[in-house]
Design a protein around this ligand. Sequence first.
Ligand SMILES: CC(C)(COP(=O)(O)OP(=O)(O)OC[C@H]1O[C@@H](n2cnc3c(N)ncnc32)[C@H](O)[C@@H]1OP(=O)(O)O)[C@@H](O)C(=O)NCCC(=O)NCCS
Length: 180
Amino acid sequence: MSEFLPFRGANVLLRDVTLEDADLLDEWNRQREVGGFNDFGPREPIPREPLMEGPLRNERNGTLMIERIADGVPIGTVGWRRVTVYGPSPWSDAWQIGIELVPEARGMGLGAEAQRLLADWLFEATDVSRVEASTDIENVAEQRSLEKAGYVREGVARGSQFRAGGYHDLAYYSRLRSDT
Ligand SMILES: CC(C)(COP(=O)(O)OP(=O)(O)OC[C@H]1O[C@@H](n2cnc3c(N)ncnc32)[C@H](O)[C@@H]1OP(=O)(O)O)[C@@H](O)C(=O)NCCC(=O)NCCS
């Protein structure tokens, strides 16, 4: 996958995760709020060995740090993984993205900027034509953030996500390479 990193917006940039970030990522995982929209139970510590080899990204998935430009402080992560459910041709593959900001960085438009940047970067660095995101229908902040980032709402996948002891409806959004 091509580089072009760090990938800069007005207020945040996306950069590779490094070994120096591993302790911070573990700390964020320990502090994760129980019952949030990303509460899938305890997470494993970040594996150090792959980080000694290089960035946390390959042809199937990846993670980047979101850094606030004003003070150079990391404020969260964006991730993506290849989804192959739309047809047998590799030209049907899409990227499904996810995001998490630390609580003190939320509600300031930084999530929208990071998600806009991630799609822009994926369109530049890969030949995939669709970037999609899904979120719990009760996660109003993420839905609004995606809309501000240029993603178009497509519909609701009913009862599609099992989380925290029950099934949840997910709202689906996408950006296409052909979108203006
Ligand atoms: C979801 C998340 C990435 C959004 O990023 P953000 O920087 O906080 O969001 P933004 O500031 O870009 O936009 C949030 C928008 O939602 C609105 N909003 C926030 N909470 C809301 C609520 N409870 N009800 C209605 N609107 C809400 C804000 O007013 C803002 O819209 P506006 O700019 O038109 O006023 C971030 O809050 C986060 O990391 N949350 C925890 C993890 C998570 O839910 N990740 C996504 C899982 S799929």
